[in-house]
Design a protein around this ligand. Sequence first.
Ligand code: THU
Length: 159
Amino acid sequence: MKNLTIKSIFKVYQFEELSEEDRKLITLAKNACNNSYVPYSNFAVGAAARLADGTIVTGTNQENAAYPSGICAERTTLFYANSQYPDQAVDTLAVAAYNQGSYLQSPIPPCGSCRQVILETENRYKKPMRILLYGEKEIYECDGISNLLPLSFTAKNME
Ligand code: THU
């Protein structure tokens, strides 16, 4: 037996330490939370994606009485970006969440399905995606989904 250790790297920022363009992207993700449709969870998530050509798109979580029919903010955003701008890689994705009267204090962790879709998007465009996870206290930045989804399953595993 031996141990396999997989390393994830996150940079931890205060909002003021981020570049102006990252602050803008996060602000758009926060504002997008106002457009969430969350009658069941009241947990509003917003995401904003900056594409390779500088275009920014936003998206929110959309819930449904038949629970699995809803979708997270990250996937709404990436599917919209990939539908409207299929020739543009996603450079950076910012995510924020609002619950019980305030934005989350700690960085919002994307769910497993969203991590898998981020991975697919990276592979599609052959470019790691910078991911900014917003929290009021601190912001996590990671350079690529491998930090959030180690030992991932891709089309290569089916070869
Ligand atoms: N949700 C997201 O939109 N993104 C995440 O990263 C985590 C969870 C949504 C799904 C559901 O509408 C609500 O938050 C509660 O799980």
